[in-house]
Design a protein around this ligand. Structure first.
Ligand SMILES: Nc1nc2c(ncn2[C@@H]2O[C@H](COP(=O)(O)OP(=O)(O)OP(=O)(O)O)[C@@H](O)[C@H]2O)c(=O)[nH]1
Ligand SMILES: [Mg+2]
Length: 452
């Protein structure tokens, strides 16, 4: 029999109300131990009662009993809405444990919900993402997983593959050859259609990840071109020190920004030049290069009020080698001594700005957003994947389905083809947690927050 677990469902610290949850077969008996004898708790009804700590009253609370299976975990649950003092919360947990409960591990409520068939792994991960989503885009993405749209899509593929597999297996079992032969072309077409669905889903990963984690944009360039000014202009306050001296920024400076509901993480960096003035600047330049490596997008700032130096051109070439989108940001249009910059011909994206006058910033923001909002990268139905484990499983399934097609088309035995389809089905079942080993599940759920 499973144990009965308890944990706070609301954040630490002082608050008007805090919620504590019990889940497991002893939830009701434990509740009865700490409330007045004979008190009744009708299902799903808030009951006002005193919670006792031995002979003394610990708190007056609203308590709700959710009998199994109609609860979040599928087990008996009791929810205590108590006053949110850290003392009451901590003490109630001790009282519950003394009455027979155990402290819940991270994600244990959701794990139990999963084991009881209340949700599959994809929905559980969507829920975890929903709680940690800090902006609209991440929220929408998490919701598409939580409400089962991702699971439905994958179930559609699974059902189609299972149907094809059944056709193959029937032929393999048909030793007396009583069945009509397999329609190879139709089977190949069916498999290709499913491989296409998987390929499209896999394609959403790069953008899905950016939406969930935030797009990292590194602001780089030579000293004094206005990188820190650009960071400040984009975030709308004086985050980084700006001065007319070259080499002002030493350490990287990071700040997040919400652009139309999308999280952008901007990193201002030390200007790069050939000779650093001192070891601190030298270290700063190393950090700039690391920031470029970690970025999803590079904002390369050049100063229109002076000529481009050979070092800047070399830096531009180095940045290009990273194989990521680079936006050429031509700054100081208000005091430009030249209208064009030699890098323009090499740049895929160019935006003119004046940080001093606040001009061109909207266009730059649009350009940054375009890297997460490219329509061809978004799933047409808003269904996307955002975690690496999901991505790898979808890719494995796609590869297996494609291999099955190739085998079939080249007249290989049906057994080999069936084996690839079984591989793809297994990868998809693993995604939903159907065949996932317990230790792997344990690791996944342990990343959930406490009390969830
Ligand atoms: N005229 C004009 N001056 C600007 C503009 N943007 C920045 N500046 C000035 O350029 C100088 C350098 O700006 P910063 O933002 O500190 O430049 P930086 O690239 O961060 O410099 P380092 O940290 O030293 O690498 C400051 O005097 C700014 O006021 C602009 O759009 N127009
Ligand atoms: Mg700076």
């Amino acid at each position: 029999m499973p144990s009965t677990i308890c944990a706070p469902a609301t954040a630490q610290g002082q608050s008007a109300i805090a919620l504590i949850r019990l889940s497991g077969p002893d939830s009701l008996p434990i509740l009865q131990k700490i409330t007045a004898a004979g008190k009744t708790f009708p299902p799903r009804t808030q009951v006002f009662c005193r919670l006792m700590d031995g002979e003394t009253v610990l708190d007056e609370a609203l308590v709700t009993y959710f009998p199994a299976p109609h609860s979040y975990t599928g087990e008996d649950i009791v929810e205590f809405a108590i006053h949110g003092s850290p003392y009451i919360r901590g003490r109630l947990l001790e009282v519950l444990c003394a009455a027979g409960a155990e402290p819940a591990k991270r994600g244990e409520f959701s794990y139990r919900a999963f084991l009881n068939g209340k949700m599959d792994l994809l929905e559980a991960q969507g829920l975890c993402d929903l709680i940690s989503s800090g902006n609209k885009a991440a929220h929408d993405l998490a919701l598409s997983s939580l409400d089962g749209r991702l699971s439905q899509k994958l179930n559609g593929v699974k059902n189609a593959l299972a149907e094809t597999l059944a056709q193959l297996e029937a032929r393999l079992d048909d030793v007396d050859e009583e069945m009509p032969p397999l329609d190879v072309q139709k089977t190949v077409n069916d498999l290709l259609a499913q491989a296409g669905v998987l390929a499209k889903l896999a394609d959403t990963f790069s953008v899905g990840r950016l939406i969930k984690e935030g797009l990292k944009a590194a602001i780089v360039g030579a000293p004094n071109c206005g990188k820190s000014s650009l960071l400040n202009a984009l975030v709308g306050f004086d985050r980084a020190i700006v001065s007319d001296q070259s080499g002002t920024t030493r350490d990287t400076v990071e700040e997040s920004l919400d652009l139309d509901g999308q999280k952008i993480i901007l990193t201002d960096t030390a200007g790069i030049r050939e000779h650093a003035l001192d070891p601190a600047e030298q270290e700063g330049m190393k950090r700039s290069l690391r920031a470029i490596e970690k970025a999803d997008v590079v904002l390369f700032v050049a100063d229109l009020s002076r000529e481009l130096t050979p070092q800047e051109e070399a830096l531009w070439d180095d940045v290009q080698k990273q194989n990521k989108p680079v936006v050429l940001v031509l700054n100081k249009t208000d005091s430009a001594t030249q209208n064009r910059c030699p890098l323009e011909g090499k740049a895929q994206y160019t935006v003119y700005v004046s940080c001093k006058k606040g001009e061109g910033l909207e266009e730059l923001k649009k350009q940054i957003l375009s890297f997460v909002a490219a329509p061809q990268a978004q799933g047409e139905d808003g269904v996307m994947i955002s975690n690496l484990r999901q991505y790898q499983a979808v890719l494995n399934a796609q590869t297996d389905v494609e291999s099955a097609c190739v085998r079939l088309e080249h007249g290989a035995g049906l057994e080999l083809c069936a084996e690839h389809i079984r591989g793809a089905l297994n990868a998809l079942k693993d995604l939903a947690g159907e065949v996932t080993p317990d230790d792997v599940l344990g690791i996944i759920f342990s990343k959930f927050c406490m009390g969830k």
